[in-house]
Design a protein around this ligand. Structure first.
Ligand code: GLU
Length: 470
């Protein structure tokens, strides 16, 4: 049997991280078993589906590196087939036409509510003679769901879950206007696409029982279901925007790397021993359906930031320069030139050691691109007051002397000797030096920064700091 999994989002909003995780799990499961992973966009709700959301799904998955097999399938193109399936059930006596008016259904709902029960259809047209059909009402088609016994679901994640059939009513397959419902479309599509495994959020668990009834009525083999607990916020409450329930694109804008976000989402709800940093290849090798947690995972920005920092440090410097370039150009309001790019490339190894996001990285990298005079931040300013200036003056002279080799270790030795000869610690000179050269109190090692900036730019920045107006 070839494993076929699918991701079946409704394009009604952004691709949020819960959806991305569902897609990732399905992709990994299919790859692990050498199967297929299909993308089906469930765009049958015309009023709520948008082009923006479809684009966000395709772009979000592509950015994350979650590749599907074949073309994107749009559920709306298959409505005729779904209608046909409902008609077949009708012809075989496994479904029936229901002529209830909206008012009658409303009364049923209210009565159920008053009795403290879940709203349900009472099955009044199930065995009624179609000859009783009132005129002028477009009927719905409902499934003749089993009333006796129970439906048992052997869920990959939840284990065995049972629901008494008396708890479920006869669901609508085709609406009065002839449009198929979500329940019917999903079942027919999963069957026609040969889907063998359905991994999705556990908010669909109750749907699974109704879908099983449709599968059975249509005579289709059941897929294996796995209902994954939803992602919660760090405080244990349902994930909201405040917690990080944002679109994938927003994570991109916040400066997360796709592979870091994937690794984080993978670990949210799945574990493999104590492994935290997991490559895509290992994830494929290990993701066999076991190890999915049964309680909701908590989304934690600190962990995501930590993992992202790790992936940033492992990234190729040239790629990082490319990634921060747009943000940096926006911040500087100008395009980067060759000298900027040379310095960024040379400085990237030092810069990336501290960054947790690409936004941090771009911010830190600005020291290589800002034009003089540099802005000096509030922490750095006091270091350029009287004492600091006195040290800087001495430094300026020593650094400008003939024969100074402009290499980080030589520069460090020079400044250290200068400090020690005056009976000072290196920091006393290095701190104002950093403040003057970068305008900040944190940066990559200052002698590395000076080497990369070169003597002219460095001495120029020192002059700016020593100028009377500063
Ligand atoms: N289209 C449904 C949704 O976006 C998912 C259907 C399914 O996974 O079975 O919630």
């Amino acid at each position: 049997m070839t494993v076929v999994t699918r991701f079946a989002p409704s394009p009604t909003g952004m691709l949020h991280i819960g959806g991305a995780r569902t897609a990732l799990f399905n992709m990994l499961y299919a790859r692990h078993f050498g199967g297929r992973f299909v993308l089906r966009i469930e765009d049958t709700d015309r009023a709520r589906s948008t082009e923006e959301a479809k684009t966000a799904i395709v772009e979000g998955l592509s950015w994350l590196g979650i590749a599907w097999d074949g073309d994107v399938n749009f559920q709306s193109t298959r409505q005729e087939r779904h209608r046909q399936a409902a008609e077949d059930l009708l012809a075989r006596g496994l479904a029936y036409r229901c002529y209830c008016t909206p008012e009658e259904l409303d009364q049923m709902r209210q009565a159920a509510r008053a009795a403290g029960q879940a709203p349900r259809y009472d099955g009044r047209w199930r065995d009624r003679d179609p000859a009783d059909a009132p005129s002028g009402i477009a009927p719905t088609i409902r499934l003749k769901a089993p009333r006796e016994g129970e439906t048992v679901l052997s869920d990959m994640v939840q284990g065995e879950v049972r629901v008494a059939n008396s708890e479920m009513d006869d669901l609508v397959l085709l609406r009065g206007d002839g449009s198929p419902t979500y329940m019917l479309s999903v079942v027919v599509d999963d069957h026609d696409m040969g889907v063998t495994h359905v991994l999705r959020g556990d908010d669909h668990l109750t749907n699974a029982f109704r879908q099983i009834h449709i599968f059975q009525a249509l005579g289709y083999d059941l897929p294996v279901f796995g209902h994954v607990p939803l992602i919660h916020g760090a405080d244990g409450a349902k994930l909201s925007k405040r917690h990080g329930a944002l679109g994938v694109d927003e994570y991109r804008q916040m400066g997360y790397l796709p592979e870091a976000l994937c690794n984080y989402l993978l670990r949210l709800g799945w574990s493999h021993g104590d492994d935290e940093v997991i490559s895509l290849a290992d994830a494929i090798a290990w993701f066999d359906g076991s190890g999915i947690g049964r309680s909701p995972a908590r989304f934690d920005y600190t962990k995501l930031g930590h993992l992202n920092g790790l992936y940033i440090r492992q990234s190729d410097d040239a790629r990082l320069v490319d990634l921060i370039r747009p943000g940096l150009e926006a911040a500087l309001s100008r395009p980067l030139d060759d000298s900027d790019l040379r310095r960024l490339t040379a400085g990237m190894d030092g810069l990336k050691q501290r960054a947790r996001t690409l936004v941090d990285l771009a911010q830190a990298a600005a020291i290589y691109c800002l034009h003089r005079p540099l802005p000096v931040d509030d922490q750095a300013r006091p270091l350029l007051a009287a004492d600091g200036r006195a040290h800087l003056r001495v430094l300026r002279q020593a650094l400008a002397a003939d024969g100074v080799l402009w290499q980080r270790d030589k520069l460090e030795a020079l400044v250290r000797d200068l400090a020690l000869s005056g009976g000072h610690k290196l920091g006393l000179f290095a701190q104002p030096l950093r403040a003057a050269v970068t305008g900040r109190t944190t940066s990559p090692p200052i002698f590395e920064v000076m080497e990369i900036l070169g003597p002219d730019e460095t001495l120029g920045r020192l002059d700016d700091a020593l100028a009377p107006h500063t």
